[in-house]
Design a protein. Structure first.
Length: 138
């Protein structure tokens, strides 16, 4: 199986997650690595559905995040003898969605699924705890 590692970037809204993810992607690509940047699935979901997710929709978002990880892993397993490792950069992850559920809904039902899914990641960056919160445009 090809060598790979995955990076999760977590944090509150407007703390630089997407900017860091894009910068990491550019750095790794310029070094010749095989890179996939998984953009923020929560943001995509909100834009598509024109709403913030309700409590019962949180599980759908976690499932999308896990599906993305699994599809990427299946794809790289089909690669024959790559010369550089594969890198998966995730702008948020299932753990972020579980934290969102805790914060907004006092719901811990997603914790186990999120923790299991997070074992996929070798590195986790937690962004901006010292910055004031700024609302996204959603």
């Amino acid at each position: 199986m090809p060598h790979y590692f995955a990076i999760a970037i977590l944090g509150a809204e407007s703390t630089g997650k997407s900017s860091l993810a894009e910068q990491l992607q550019m750095c790794f690509l310029s070094a010749g690595f095989n890179v996939l940047l998984q953009t923020e699935l929560l943001r995509s979901w909100c834009e598509k559905n024109q709403q913030l997710p309700l409590q019962h929709q949180q599980n759908l978002i976690i499932d999308l995040q896990i599906k993305s990880q699994n599809e990427w892993l299946e794809c790289i397993q089909k690669q024959a003898n790559p010369t550089k490792p594969f890198i998966y950069i995730s702008d948020t992850a299932a753990l972020q969605t579980a934290a969102y559920s805790h914060y907004y809904f006092a719901d811990s039902s997603l914790d186990n699924k999120a923790q299991v899914a997070h074992h996929f990641f070798k590195f986790t960056f937690l962004m901006g705890l010292d910055l004031p919160w700024q609302e996204d445009s959603l």
